[in-house]
Design a protein around this ligand. Sequence first.
Ligand code: PLP
Length: 442
Amino acid sequence: MSNRLNVAPNDLSAFWMPFTANRQFKQTPRMLVAAKDMHYTASDGRQVLDGTAGLWCVNAGHCRPKITEAIQRQAAELDYAPAFQMGHPVVFELANRLVDIAPEGMDHVFFTNSGSESVETALKIALAYHRVRGEGSRTRLIGRERGYHGVNFGGISVGGIVANRKMFGTLLNGVDHLPHTHLPAKNAFTRGVPEHGAELADELERIVTLHDASTIAAVIVEPMAGSTGVLIPPKGYLQRLRDICTKHGILLIFDEVITGFGRLGTPFAADYFGVTPDIMVTAKGVSNGVIPLGAVFVKKEIHDAFMTGPEHLIEFFHGYTYSGNPIASAAAIATLDTYKEEGLLTRGAELASYWEDALHSLKDARHVIDIRNIGLVGAIELQPLEGHPTKRAFTAFIKAFEKGLLIRTTGDIIALSPPLIVEKEQIDEIVDCIRDVLQTID
Ligand SMILES: Cc1ncc(COP(=O)(O)O)c(C=O)c1O
């Protein structure tokens, strides 16, 4: 157990915290010092139920012995091997294990260290793929409003969250965006996949008409948009995007950084919706969030298109010092073992209707204007406090933490994604706590 329990660091100023209200945090810090299964331990010794799987990543729960041991063992045996022009067996084993559970036809994996790096990698693969096939004019990338694809320049360019883009100049050229699919007037309080909005995929045809297909490399979307506040694709929407991409020779990229590894009750969202992309971006749950790792899956045709020319030449000029490093690879294999042994990649499907009922019981709770759910993901949208957008949800976040529950908020939306080992009583606890919190805040 941590020796940091009840020991506060004496100075919080040096660390510039990511995506955090730094000044607010440092006045009243929320410190986590240990974790086990469904709970964190806060620095004052309180148990805090994890309603968010960390940041959508700790799918098997915290400090799982198999994963911890694998990391310890690997660190003592082979700590690091050069990622370029050298190999080690663990990463090859991991790639095979991942391909085994991937949607049919996604036969090759490129490793990165995060979701953001996986996105950049996918965009670069798409551009280079067209070029190696002699279609170098296909350089445009199409994202979607409200999309989140990490924080690097490619990702924020195709992404559609204004706060993440507006400070950073002109971004990548030649990027266009599909409209988002959030239609509260028609779909509010839908249980599961919403009925209305599939036609929004047809906007891709308009973009193709504007630019011509010969200039477009790829479309990237989150099959379910998580970070923007859980926007579930309307019935038929993803299939329509798939059909339009196929018709025009445009690659379809699914960003499954959140939806990958069981979050929707299937291994990937591609399985849930029965729509297979050409490239699939993953991270987070691949290593149970324990150690940085990302994996980009590609179809065989894409990989094979690069495998031409003299054999001593590098086929794709891209990679990271830590791509598929031994310790992260060992952690990921142990993660996949844990998922398999405990049936976690499909456990969300068993719990989905209980989860749905529990969440929608909040329909009449104070401030609630919409509830959305899919698999083991939920969103509770609050009426913003007049003149102070985001404040109400942020207050709910602070109060929930004080009451022993970790939730996540984005705008005025509470997003929930507990570890896939969650029990029904813990689902009740999450919902009861949120109801109490909403009752007490302005
Ligand atoms: C869909 C999606 N893509 C990319 C990312 C970026 O991942 P990372 O923070 O590991 O760079 C995230 C993170 O939440 C995400 O949700």
